[in-house]
Design a protein around this ligand. Sequence first.
Ligand SMILES: [Zn+2]
Length: 294
Amino acid sequence: MQTETTNLIKWQKKFNTETSCINHLIQLRWADGFICPKCNHNHGYYSSNRAHFECASCHKQTSVICGTIFHLSKVPLLKWFWAIFYISSDKGGISALRLSKLISVSWKTAFHMLRKIRKAMGDRDSIYDLSGIVELDDTYIGGKKPGKRGRGAQGKASVLVACENHDGYPGYIAMKVIGSVSKKEIELFTKQNIKPTATVRTDGYPANNGVQGNATLEKKVTPPEFVDEWLPWVHVAMANLKRFILGTFHGTSLVYIQEYLNEFCYRFNRRFWEDQIPLRLLTLCANHTKVSLA
Ligand SMILES: [Zn+2]
């Protein structure tokens, strides 16, 4: 779907007051007019002072942010909209510290906002299953000590990475933090992220047999110097991921790694429509259900 493109100047022009953001959110949520979430009645009275609708039938009051990722947030929408712009307009993303300074909120608030946005990104991409030829491999994120493959190395997160190989060009990617590389984890990842009709290319590691039964498996024991020929794009994706994590989130807690992976994949999967990402993400956040952080 074609989305409007944007950039800093356009965004600044479009979203420069709280009212402009509220009106845009109303447009995104109820483009064909307000519908009461309680009784489905299609008429309500809007109060601009309180940014809510009152249903003309059951009189339930519905805030414009109710049931979105902005649900119950005390942060003005203007700041949310700018957080969405910043996270989506640079492939390095944005740290909570930097965002907190740019939009004048506490670090903790910025951190929570980014976590909610990343959750929406992950949920959006989880709808898509990789197809065609798919490269699959695992890597480690975080930690300083070198770890052994297949075992949960200390301070490190094992990550499964899959990337479509479209006639020699990278397509969509998917990434998941796992406890350790095992047949069971690979089986689950394949089921959740890859179409059964896909052909999955892996190296000779035994756990990769987990692919079998869920997709066609093409296994090859590859000497290190040839691994980039057999699985080129999954390794490019891994190298980019490490740069992203190191560049913006060095020293990050492993607890949040999956959220960073969600963010990385979301932008990577839309790299050909970079100038559409901010408005696409805004639409996603407006239509996503409320997010409770664990
Ligand atoms: Zn109603």
